[in-house]
Write a protein that binds this ligand. Structure first.
Ligand code: PMT
Length: 221
């Protein structure tokens, strides 16, 4: 059997929860630790791929992984678009903030006299959607869907809306799944195929299965 099925291929993977600056000392973020994205990067590397991991925050990983730290959604989009120029595939495991401050404050925000502070948020770019729209022939695009209800229906919608080849649907309310856990349980959704549910098991094992599907997708491109 071929134990390096991704040899000669380059994957770009995102990980972690983006940090959207409020002022020089504060930011908006979410519960993503980056564990799932880092596990995917290790699984892709083990399968022989060249890997660019665009992460919101640093964690330990193999030195053979090309790690790019991009804290905010805009920085992440920039790094991903640059890396996708020469890549064969994209996996968006990051929890990208849907909103950022319209204008982050230049100085630390002080307590307000009337006890209220209103933050004006504007929608961030959608990295997965942008990559899906700009997909070149032969490239595979895989997204995640973190859902708290109607998992499969919402994941199906994301498959179409983001022009993805596969969505990894993640019920983040399941006991051994989701944010910051060491295990996960997901359902792989592809067009015209029966959903495949895997786990609960270690994120490293989930990542191995996801990468196996990515190999199949790339081989059929
Ligand atoms: O990091 P861990 O603690 O290990 O947790 C793993 C995880 C739960 C974060 C991961 O398994 C997961 O589900 N990641 C996707 C989280 C998410 O933001 O999902 P979403 O349904 O909001 O977004 C759908 C897809 O669009 C995702 O691939 C996301 O990366 C992408 N997206 C979303 C918004 C945006 N502005 N740009 C994007 O690219």
């Amino acid at each position: 059997a071929n134990d390096k099925p991704l040899f000669g291929r380059h994957l770009v993977i995102t990980a972690g929860g983006t940090k959207e600056p409020i002022d020089p000392v504060r930011y908006l973020t979410n519960r993503s630790s980056g564990k799932m994205g880092y596990a995917l990067a290790e699984a892709a590397l083990a399968a022989g791929a060249k890997v660019t991991l665009v992460a919101a925050a640093k964690r330990d990983c193999s030195t053979a992984i090309n790690l790019v730290i991009a804290p905010s959604a805009k920085e992440m989009l920039f790094a991903v678009e640059e890396a996708m120029k020469k890549a064969d595939g994209f996996i968006g495991a990051a929890a990208v903030s849907d909103f950022a401050l319209a204008a982050p404050f230049d100085q630390k925000v002080k307590k307000q006299g009337d006890g209220h502070l209103t933050l004006d948020l504007v929608q961030n770019p959608d990295i997965l959607k942008t990559v899906g729209q700009n997909k070149k022939p032969g490239q595979a695009v895989i997204g995640f869907a973190a859902e708290t209800q109607d998992l499969l229906a919402n994941a199906q919608k994301k498959l179409a809306a983001k022009q993805a080849d596969m969505i990894v649907a993640n019920d983040v309310t399941a006991p051994q799944a989701g944010f910051d856990k060491d295990s996960n349980q997901v359902t792989l959704i592809q067009e015209n195929q029966a959903p495949i549910t895997i786990g609960p098991k270690a994120k490293s094992a989930i990542a191995k299965d996801v990468i196996e599907q990515v190999v199949t997708i790339l081989d059929h491109q």
